[in-house]
Design a protein around this ligand. Sequence first.
Ligand code: SAM
Length: 301
Amino acid sequence: MKNTQTRRKSKGYVPHKAAAEFQPTMDWSVEEAKDLFSGKIFTFEVDKIFYSDCIEGMQDLPSESINMVIADPPFGLNFGEMETLYNRDSDLVAEGYHDVKLDNYTEFTEKWISELPRLLKLDAGVWIFSGWTNLVDILNSLKRNKLKLINHIIWKYQFGVFTKRKFVTSHYHLLFAVKNEKEYFFNKIEHYPQDVWEVNREYDRGVEKNATKLPPEVVHKCFDFGSRPGDLVLDPFMGNGTTATVAKSSFRHFLGFEVNLKLQDIIEKNIANAELGSNYIPYSDKPDELVRKARERFGKK
Ligand SMILES: C[S@@+](CC[C@H](N)C(=O)[O-])C[C@H]1O[C@@H](n2cnc3c(N)ncnc32)[C@H](O)[C@@H]1O
């Protein structure tokens, strides 16, 4: 039996050639991205956070208006547990974190997920973060609401809470689901994009924030693969406003909800501090590691 290398060679296979030649499915220069952002016309107000319950609030949004949803819902843990998980200095955690009691979690999940299909454009995608304890509720609601799961991503972060009699949880689930399996938007910006993402959590010292802030890098990755400049991204659970700041700094529009009024100042300050388009870099200008190395090997730029 021939080994794989001989077989591949005989078919003209050149290792790393495809990686060296890789181009993202779609790409835009800074000027193009900016034009797409400012040229987008909406018949309703965008780039706005509603400080209210998302389940009721989403009912007032127009049908087929949203290109992408990013949702990081409360986990159904008691806040006491969340506090040790996310920020050791409770003086810097904004009060009023709104969690959902575990026995209502199934109902709560079904309520907010069932609002999504009407709001989504035909090619829209939904990106939902979840811990493992309530994952089953989210998976069941996606299925019940005919949102088709495309990828189940594991986001691995650097460390979790110390344990004595069980493994340390150091990952989250990130579910990528779509309305229409045949026509969804996915920009393949990496040659070999894998479903395990290693992104460190941030521990900002001395900055007041909501207890469960996502690192902008992980949100940015969802934006890169799941949206175009000018798209409208909805986040029903804004927290610190991470989705809004990532949207603004990468030429995307946003809408969001946050029920905790104590977060309003933090969110509005974060949005005001984010500079329009400041994090936008065309994908061809930032090739992934694999592509960069392959290009070096082939003497390409
Ligand atoms: C896990 S945190 C989101 C953190 C956010 N992704 C970030 O990076 O800062 C969930 C947020 O949802 C809010 N929340 C809970 N129930 C809500 C509801 N029904 N409507 C709107 N916001 C809600 C909580 O107050 C909390 O700030």
